[in-house]
Design a protein around this ligand. Structure first.
Ligand code: ADP
Length: 169
């Protein structure tokens, strides 16, 4: 996590000054898990060059999901969203790399899959905004909050990928 100085120091030590330690929270929602899309979605991030820093399959409580989506609590679709997100296990992940938050959103595609370009995850695998198979943090600040909500500090693994120097100049 970039939030705490000791971790920032450790990341800098591992990755020199390449700034390749930005982290984002990516989740495969219950429909993505049920449809067998964990592998293909992980593959998009891996083959782009991002590094997995944490992963778990989890059936979160309603309270946990309400906290995750608290900014949307006044929206008419909020109860349906919580029901959808509670309908099965979620694959929660932290992905790391340069511009991980912004590029992670680009890999996911637009919130409404019908507006997502082919080649994006939602643009290739989803149709309905209420079944859009994946979540990605929309800012560095929210990424920090979401990672802290879904993972304990000890769950985040610091490692140097053997691919690092082939991905970053
Ligand atoms: P994103 O997930 O792309 O960050 P939002 O934060 O706006 O998008 O919305 C969170 C989630 O709420 C969406 O991914 C989608 O599952 C659901 N959602 C958003 N808008 C609608 C809607 N109009 N109807 C049903 N579900 C919606």
């Amino acid at each position: 996590l970039r939030a705490s100085a000791p971790q920032r120091f450790q990341s800098a030590r591992l990755n020199d000054d390449t700034m390749s330690d930005e982290q984002t929270f990516i989740a495969i929602k219950p429909d993505g898990v049920q449809r067998g899309l964990i592998g293909p979605i992980i593959s998009r991030f891996e083959t782009r060059g991002y590094k997995l820093a944490a992963i778990k399959l989890i059936s979160p409580s309603k309270e946990h999901l309400e906290k995750h989506y608290e900014d949307l609590s006044s929206k008419p679709f909020f109860p349906g969203l919580i029901k959808y997100m509670s309908s099965g296990p979620i694959c929660a992940m932290v992905w790391e790399g340069r511009d991980a938050v912004k590029t992670g959103r680009a890999l996911l595609g637009a919130t409404n899959p019908l507006a997502s370009a082919p080649g994006t995850i939602r643009g290739d695998y989803a149709i309905d905004i209420g079944r859009n198979i994946c979540h990605g943090s929309d800012s560095i600040e929210n990424a920090k909050k979401e990672i802290a909500l879904w993972f304990k500090e000890g769950d985040i693994v610091e490692w140097k990928s053997a691919h690092h120097d082939w991905i970053y100049e």
